[in-house]
Design a protein around this ligand. Structure first.
Ligand code: PLP
Length: 446
């Protein structure tokens, strides 16, 4: 045990000495050293087990250590680890076909990238090339990636290092009903308001200049915001009216997370482009991509697709995607996501009834968030927007983690999004930990 402890300490020391860690000041970090992961669990160097209740960064949908995917990658590595994007080869053709087969009916072709940000970068370019227009709309409560273009799409504070922004990128407000400035009588009324605001903004920005509207079908890291009834249809109609590309970012919401292959399926919407990554390979190796409609695909029969990456269609990513899609089907993970999602929803509603620190719970499939407040009537968030001077959320995550519940937060919102392989027993066991920690939080605010 002593040797293992020293091993863990050495890894942490080297990590702090040589790794730059995302989104943090580097001093004072204490990253957990992880040595093993299996199914819905992972273990630290002390042998402590954690429920992976965020599926890492909401990407490990099929669970850790899936043998089928591992074998597919091994086999492909030995057969042909790499081939350039100019060639056709089996796994690249098959992965694209399988993705188009599970996508909405209007989708035609796939352009592969390494991950989510690059998918959005290329979607921006494709929308501009196809429409000949340049302005790009996206929402404030959104995260679309950290590269320059994707960061300019992003509405939350992680875009700031990429500012002053790219000219022509316009932000609009999202239908975040829990904190809406107006008390709407129902979702339809809210939709009417938000769509009419967006329509007016389109008119003022000039419809003949707007190439695309990007939105996360279900907003992920910014707090699991589910579109109100009719909203996506409303956006679709505006896009039709003004010849604007509707781009749904399904990097987080796609691949069974909400109980459907893509979240758009819940509302029967056909976007012009869909960007994806994460769950397509669940990180066994990185892969992302842009799905384009048949119309857009046809346009590029005669027009140059000015997009390219050395690793577009990387054989290992494509082999992993094929196996991962088979796993979703064989293990009926979409069905499980739906079924467990209903149970999770009941658990969350109970937590909301029981704990005064819970202002709102939002859930669809195994994609959910718990919004913490100081006071349910005023809805004052437990930490202010973009700022947690007393490190309250860190403390709450620390309590969860010490009880073996690993997840992350965004401002005052806790993300709960376990692997789609989770069983009812496991879900209840994990959520008992959440229940216990929320007792502490109730005390904290009283
Ligand atoms: N889009 C959404 C909705 C995301 O949640 C993320 C990552 O969290 C991205 C894009 C960026 O993906 P990546 O980190 O793979 O570049």
């Amino acid at each position: 045990t002593q040797a293992i402890m020293n091993y863990g300490e050495k890894i942490k020391k080297d990590s702090l000495a040589y790794n730059l860690h995302s989104w943090s000041p580097q001093g004072g970090l204490a990253p957990k050293v992880i040595t093993k992961a299996e199914g819905i669990y992972f273990w630290d160097a002390d042998g402590k087990r954690y429920f992976d209740m965020s599926s890492q960064l909401v990407n490990m949908n099929i669970g850790h250590g899936n043998k089928k995917v591992v074998e597919a990658i091994k086999e492909q590595t030995e057969k042909m680890a790499f081939m350039g994007p100019g060639y056709a080869f089996d796994v690249k053709s098959e992965a694209a076909r399988k993705i188009v087969e599970v996508a909405p009916d209007n989708m035609g072709k796939v352009f592969f990238t390494n991950a989510g940000a690059e998918a959005n970068e290329n979607a921006i370019k494709i929308a501009r090339m196809y429409t000949g227009k340049y302005k790009i709309f996206s929402r404030y409560r959104s995260y679309h990636g950290a590269t320059y273009g994707a960061a300019n799409l992003t509405g939350e504070k992680r875009r700031f290092p990429s500012e002053p922004g790219i000219p022509g990128f316009v932000k609009f407000f999202d239908p975040y009903l829990y904190r809406a400035p107006i008390a709407f009588s129902d979702e339809k009324e809210a939709t009417k308001y938000y769509i009419s605001q967006l329509r007016e903004q389109i008119l003022f920005e000039g419809p003949d200049k707007i190439a695309a509207i990007f939105l996360e079908t279900v907003t992920g890291s910014n707090g699991i915001i589910i579109p109100p009834e009719g909203y996506l249809k409303g956006v679709r109609e505006l896009c039709n009216e003004f010849n604007i590309m509707m781009v749904c970012d399904e990097v987080m919401a796609g691949w069974g997370r909400t109980g459907e292959w893509f979240a758009v399926n819940h509302w029967d919407i056909e976007p012009d482009l869909i960007t994806f990554a994460k769950g397509v390979t669940c990180g066994y190796v990185p892969l992302g991509g842009v799905l384009v409609s048949k119309d857009i695909a046809k346009f590029f029969d005669d027009n140059t697709l000015w997009c390219g990456l050395t690793y577009s269609g990387h054989p290992l990513g494509c082999a992993a995607a094929i196996a991962t899609i088979d796993v979703y089907k064989e293990e009926k993970l979409l069905e499980n996501s739906k079924r467990m999602g209903i149970i999770l929803g009941e658990i969350l509603e109970n937590l909301k009834t029981k704990h005064k620190c819970v202002g709102d719970v939002r859930y669809i499939g195994l994609f959910s968030g718990i919004e913490l407040v100081k006071d349910r009537t005023s809805k004052e968030p437990i930490v202010p927007y973009g700022n947690d001077p007393e490190k309250i959320m860190k403390k709450i995550l620390g309590m969860l983690s010490s009880e073996g519940f690993a997840t992350y937060n965004h401002d005052n919102i806790l993300i709960v999004a376990p692997p789609l392989t989770i069983s009812e027993m496991e879900l209840m066991e994990a959520m008992d930990i959440m229940d216990k920690v929320l007792d502490y939080v109730d005390n904290m605010i009283s």
